[in-house]
Every structure is written in structure tokens, then in C-alpha cells.
Design a protein around this ligand. Structure first.
Ligand code: CP
Length: 292
């Protein structure tokens, strides 16, 4: 059966640990592997991206491969060709298909019909590559993952769900504090849902947030969301109730002054920029595991 990476739930504990260990090796020696020599990886973007595009593209080149970047409006998908037929054709040319799109079902459909691995580069429901980078960042900081507590404060979105799936697999407690109207739907078993952001952050090893309006959200809800999420802002006061050694995380892009203050985003407790770099290292390890 073809192996894919759609939600992170495809991994078991041992595979996740091996992937993170390999990511640390690749980070220490970024040009130390030619595992994708002359292999072509399709990167399909239906939505904008900075980190995902750059980290996949550079990472594939570092592994000796060729990233074939396309926007879906450049493919016949935009003119009604089916996901199934696209999967059949791409599978005959490329070694893996990575896709960023809105609907989770489109990615599942792609994976059902592709004969090469499919990697989810973000859907409305999941952002598993981001969660891998989050775990690597936490492991680098604390030397372990099992037993850590991470408090995610804000929108119960794709980032929160993936963090809970992979954090739970790694033995972490993942608390997700959101306003009732924006709580995580269909939460993974490991997610501890809360409403009070201070209760969630209390004693936590890391406090994590994301934007208040994601790409899949209706822009008309921006004002309502701003009001609802105001008490969930990641600021110095919230970090004060976390553990004294607690770090601040954000998957980016950030809106300083909204979900995070500039003091935290650029302050001494953030590990946000290394978190962004770690996307490349974990994705290289993932590509090696699935393709190399
Ligand atoms: N965190 C993340 O996925 O960033 P981009 O949207 O810039 O890829």
C-alpha cells in the first residue's frame, strides 16, 4: 500500500521518533544527503505560501532533487480535470506529490488514486508538516517531548489539530484554549480543550498561537473574530503564568498586535524563527522516509 502523509496519524511513535532524529542529522549537515538525486517532487499550491514553498523547494534541492512548483490554476484541474485523473498522470512522472489546498477530501482523493506518496502541505483541517517542525523545535529546546505541556491559545484550526495529533503521539499534553464559538471541531483524542487561555498556559512549557483569520475562513468574520480572540493574545502577561522556562511558538505569518505582541514575537522567549527554519529539516526527513 502506498504511504502518504495527510494528517500525521499515519505515523507511529517509532516512526515519528526516527523522523525527528533524522531531521536533527539533516539540520546538522544540510548538504549531507543526496537521497532525491534526479527525483522530481511536484509541489502544487492552491493557496499562498512563504514558509512551506521555500522550505520544500530548498529542501528538495539540498537532497539533490528537483522541485516542480505549480499553482493549481496552471493545471487542467482549474478547467475541470478530475483529481483522480491528475493523480494518475502525475504519478507517472514524479516521485511524490505535495499539495496545499482547502478541502481535505481533495487531498484524500488524490492519495486514493496516486501511486506515489502524497504529502499534505496544508488543508482546512490539517497542517501536519507544521506540527513536525513544532515538535523538532520543542525537542531541541527541552531535549525530550514526552511529558511536555504545550498550550495552544486561539482559533481551533488546522494547526491546533495537527499539533494535538502529533504532540499526543509524542506523549505531550496539548491544551487548546479557544472561545466556545471557535473551539476545535472533531478534536483528536489527545487534545485537552479549554476556554480559559490563562488556565491553559498555566505551568505550560510552551505557549503557541496562530492567526485569528485563516485562509479557509470567511473574511467577513474578521471583526467578530478580533473581538472573540482578544483575550487569547499571546503577550508577556500570558507567558508569566506559564513555566519560567516556557517558550513562545507561532506557525507564522504573524500579525503583531493581534494574536501576538511584537514584544513576544521578537523577544527572548520566542523560538518562532527557528520553528520556521525547522520546516525544511523535518520535511527533508519526511521525503527521505516516503520517497528516498
Ligand atoms: N506556516 C506556514 O505554513 O506558512 P506559509 O503559509 O507561509 O507556508
Amino acid at each position: 500500500m502506498q504511504r502518504h502523509f495527510l494528517t500525521g496519524a499515519e505515523l507511529d511513535q517509532a516512526t515519528l521518533a526516527a523522523l525527528l532524529a533524522r531531521a536533527r542529522e539533516l539540520k546538522a549537515s544540510p548538504l549531507g544527503s543526496d537521497s532525491l538525486t534526479r527525483r522530481v517532487i511536484a509541489l502544487i499550491f492552491d493557496q499562498p505560501s512563504t514558509r512551506t514553498r521555500v522550505s520544500f523547494e530548498v529542501g528538495i534541492v539540498e537532497l539533490g532533487g528537483h522541485p516542480m512548483v505549480t499553482r493549481s490554476d496552471e493545471l487542467q484541474l482549474s478547467r475541470g480535470e478530475s483529481v483522480r485523473d491528475t493523480a494518475y498522470v502525475l504519478s507517472r512522472h514524479v516521485a511524490a506529490i505535495c499539495i496545499r489546498t482547502g478541502a481535505d477530501e481533495a487531498v484524500r482523493e488524490l492519495a486514493r488514486h496516486a501511486t506515489v506518496p502524497v504529502i499534505n502541505m496544508l488543508t482546512a483541517g490539517h497542517h501536519p508538516c507544521q506540527a513536525l517542525a513544532d515538535l523538532l523545535t520543542l525537542q531541541e529546546e527541552f531535549g525530550r517531548l514526552a511529558g511536555l505541556t504545550v498550550a495552544y491559545v486561539g482559533d481551533g484550526n488546522n494547526v491546533a489539530r495537527s499539533l494535538a495529533i502529533l504532540g499526543g503521539l509524542a506523549g505531550m499534553e496539548v491544551r487548546i484554549a479557544s472561545p466556545a464559538r471557535h473551539r476545535l471541531l472533531d478534536p483528536p483524542e489527545a487534545a485537552v480543550l479549554m476556554e480559559d487561555p490563562r488556565a491553559a498556559a498555566s505551568g505550560a512549557d510552551a505557549v503557541y498561537t496562530d492567526v485569528w483569520l485563516s485562509m479557509s475562513d470567511d473574511p467577513r468574520s474578521a471583526q467578530q473574530r478580533r473581538s472573540a480572540f482578544l483575550p487569547y493574545r499571546l503577550d508577556e502577561h500570558l507567558l508569566e503564568v506559564a513555566a519560567p522556562h516556557a517558550i513562545a511558538l507561532h506557525c507564522l505569518p504573524a500579525h503583531p498586535g493581534e494574536e501576538i505582541t511584537a514584544e513576544v514575537l521578537y523577544g527572548s522567549r520566542q523560538r518562532i524563527w527557528v520553528q520556521a527554519e525547522n520546516r525544511r529539516h523535518v520535511q527533508k526527513a519526511l521525503l527521505e522516509q516516503l520517497v528516498g
